[in-house]
Design a protein around this ligand. Structure first.
Ligand SMILES: [Zn+2]
Length: 456
């Protein structure tokens, strides 16, 4: 019986459940603490216990505090730590009852939790910060936090140049469409809950969650979930009631509200960014991988090449620069359906984006994103893709490629796009990347050669 319940550790109530190694406890804070509270708590404790300054030389305690802050003080490491509490139990451990995951805000058990990072932007003249607010959320607390963070951003975010408006618009839309979350983490938590509800005897609920887990990216989870559903069907669970409502669906009304909020930001920049993301946007962003990324600022080489282009008029260039989002050359997009790719280009130059299949490297689409604009293409079929991009000076006479590249990059991870079908709708994904330096962004692109970028 592989599905008897097993866990490596005792669970003593919800709080410790969210704090498997006691890092929050070491700093004397709750797992729901925000980044400012974490910093304040750390500074105070560090001062009290530092071997150089403290009366009671407590090196061990100081080290513990420093170690806790090293993880919790970094949004990405903190996110990984928060998620680590919910690894599904392994088979070799002993049989125990495990508790389902609780929302870190309201403390209620939530069947389909997500670990989400929302952003609040604060600006003052030349300074702009993006503060993450993160935790394990139920859908209703997530909606509240998305609204709170977005309203704070709306009031405090755009008063800085040049990043204030850009970050603000990005954060408000990001928050409105569910914040940053990882599909693999969501799936791991759903599977954990399937086992937890089973261990508490809630067979129907466990079955519904296991049905979702069958589509997990993690092959191990998918396989075990499949076994579990069959086991439960044999023991009398009704497969007809196997669907849970998806509480994470972004409604058209809410999507519109957030778009309006972002639109309300003064400045042509915000407006320009937004015209594009309105095009063909679907309200079903469930499971969309939202991937922030960091690009080293490209402004210096870009400016150099602009000058070169201007001072060498003998190179023929494109007469009419294509509109933002223009597809360049042949593509394999489907007109009817498929996934979307959205590129926010804040890097300070026009960019060409290529989507290639992971295995063969065949180009699925090539398109043009103007500087400081957002472009979106849709109709990408299911599959695994790599996204490459390049900046350049001027386009050549064909208007399909740059005369000279100022460097090309590739996002290191291939992304899987899968269409999910429920009884009432077809759910496709939106993959989004931002081409500008985001402090704390978690993806560093790898540079590739011009030949690699140009090859058909
Ligand atoms: Zn909640």
């Amino acid at each position: 019986m592989p599905y008897e319940h097993q866990t490596r550790r005792e669970i003593e109530g919800n709080m410790s459940d969210n704090d498997p190694q006691g890092l929050y406890r070491a700093l004397g804070i709750q797992p729901s603490a925000n980044s400012d509270e974490i910093r304040t708590a750390y500074r105070k404790l560090a001062k009290d216990t530092h071997p150089d300054t403290s009366q009671d030389q407590n090196t061990e305690k100081f080290q513990k505090i420093a170690a806790a802050y090293e993880v919790l003080g970094n949004p990405l490491r903190r996110a990984a730590y928060d998620r680590s509490a919910y690894k599904a139990p392994t088979q070799e451990t002993q049989t125990k009852v495990i508790d389902p995951i609780c929302c870190s805000r309201c403390g209620q058990v939530t069947a389909q939790p997500r670990h989400i990072v929302f952003f609040r932007v604060y600006s003052f003249i030349f300074m702009t910060t993006r503060n993450p607010v993160q935790g394990i959320f139920c859908a209703s607390c997530a909606k509240k936090e998305a609204a709170r963070s977005s309203i704070i951003t709306l009031i405090a975010g755009w008063w800085g140049v040049p990043w204030g408006p850009l970050y603000s618009v990005g954060s408000i839309i990001g928050n409105g469409f569910g914040g940053q979350h990882k599909r693999s983490a969501d799936e791991a938590m759903i599977w954990y809950n399937a086992l937890a509800f089973l261990s508490h005897g809630h067979m129907q609920l466990s079955y519904a969650l296991a049905m979702q887990s069958k589509n997990a990216l993690d092959k191990e989870i998918a396989k075990n979930a499949d076994e579990l559903t069959r086991l439960l069907e044999r023991s009398g669970v009704d497969p007809k009631q196997g669907k849970l409502k998806n509480p994470w669906r972004t409604s058209v009304l809410s999507a519109t509200t957030y778009c309006l909020m972002a639109f309300a930001l003064p400045g042509a920049l915000a407006a320009a960014l937004f015209v594009d993301s309105q095009n063909g946007s679907r309200s079903t962003v469930y499971g969309g991988a939202t991937t922030p990324y960091v690009s080293p600022p490209k402004t210096a080489p870009y400016q150099q090449n602009v000058q070169k282009a201007v001072t060498t008029p003998d190179v023929p260039t494109c007469a009419n620069v294509p509109p933002n989002g223009q597809l360049l050359g042949p593509n394999r997009l489907s007109t009817a359906d498929g996934h979307a790719l959205e590129i926010r280009n804040g890097a300070g130059g026009n960019a060409i984006i290529k989507v290639r299949t992971e295995i063969s490297g065949a180009v699925v689409a090539t398109f043009f994103v103007r500087s400081n604009q957002t472009a979106r293409i849709s109709g990408i079929p299911d599959g695994r893709y790599k996204v490459q991009y390049a900046f350049g000076s001027a386009l050549d006479v064909s208007c399909q490629r740059f005369v000279e590249l100022n460097g090309a990059d590739e996002f290191p991870r291939a992304e899987t796009l899968n269409t999910e079908q429920t009884t009432t709708e077809i759910i496709t994904q939106v993959l989004s990347y931002t081409l500008y330096a985001v402090p704390g962004g978690n993806i560093r692109p790898q540079s590739i050669s011009a030949q690699d970028f140009e090859r058909p």
